[in-house]
Write a protein that binds this ligand. Structure first.
Ligand code: SF4
Ligand code: SF4
Length: 250
């Protein structure tokens, strides 16, 4: 385990494309998931994950992305996140006094039951927006940190359906998103927890309806059962992902 921690501390060296690092990260995340289950709190897991992800993003040095706090064109679109990400964001939104329930009610009127395809062109504000600012910016999900653009003007036109010009995304950020999502999913799967990424609004709503959803989910209650999954569904349908999982846990 010490060797795994040593391999991932300070963030991944993406240029190396090291399978050993990815396997180590999955095992380290599993260690944090076990702590989360014991402590009935996702906080240690999520603070490690987001710090490590930030360090990895710093290491690639693509500083010219246009994304910044307060830019929210992409926050009216389909978002998917795992259960721990949802729990962590909701916890901070409620502590910050955001009117989550009211926001959820109005957003779900627009997005309820719609899949990613039928959401195209629809502007429905994320329930965690505070005006144009993410109300949980420091604790936002993996996808919100890594689905970046080099041109906010194109984002504005694209997400308003004014142009079909594709958003100029970062291939490096996309690759990093896939790695962190896979490692988190693998760690959850190994711990017997659902390793899925869910439609964000419905997932927030389900969690918000349950008293101490954090402890309940960590003890095995599948609060998000029936919530629509992200387009990829089960990540372990892909052979490469299964192979990484096998390398991590045998
Ligand atoms: S992806 Fe586009 S809309 Fe979203 S924060 Fe970045 S520049 Fe702004
Ligand atoms: S969590 Fe924050 S960054 Fe992510 S979609 Fe919602 S408001 Fe935007």
């Amino acid at each position: 385990m010490e060797a795994d921690y040593a391999l991932v501390m300070g963030g991944l060296d993406v240029a190396k494309r090291s399978v050993d690092q990815i396997v180590a990260l999955m095992r380290v995340m599993y260690d944090f998931v076990l702590t989360a289950k014991n402590e009935r709190s996702v906080s240690p897991l999520m603070s490690f994950l987001y710090l490590n992800l930030s360090q990895t993003l710093e290491r690639i040095g693509e500083l010219n992305v246009a994304c910044r706090k307060g830019c929210s064109h992409c926050c009216h679109n389909w978002v998917a996140a795992s259960a721990p990400e949802v729990i962590y964001a909701l916890k901070y939104a409620e502590a910050a006094g955001l009117p989550v329930q009211d926001n959820l009610s109005s957003t779900l009127m627009l997005t309820g039951g719609r899949n990613s395809q039928t959401r195209i062109g629809m502007r429905a504000p994320c329930p965690l927006l505070d005006g144009d600012v993410c109300g949980v910016y420091e604790n936002r999900p993996i996808v919100c940190r890594t689905l970046v653009s080099f041109d906010a003007g194109i984002c504005e036109r694209f997400y308003s359906q004014i142009t079909k010009e594709p958003v100029p995304a970062s291939a490096a950020y996309n690759a990093i998103r896939n790695v962190y999502a896979l490692c988190l999913a693998g760690a959850l799967k190994r711990a017997g927890l659902p390793p899925f990424f869910y439609e964000y609004n419905a997932a927030l709503n389900n969690m918000a309806q349950v008293d101490d959803a954090e402890a309940a989910w960590l003890s095995g209650e599948d609060i998000l059962e029936g919530v629509m999954l992200d387009d990829g569904g089960d990540m372990f349908c892909e052979a490469w992902n299964r192979d990484i999982y096998k390398k991590a846990f045998g």
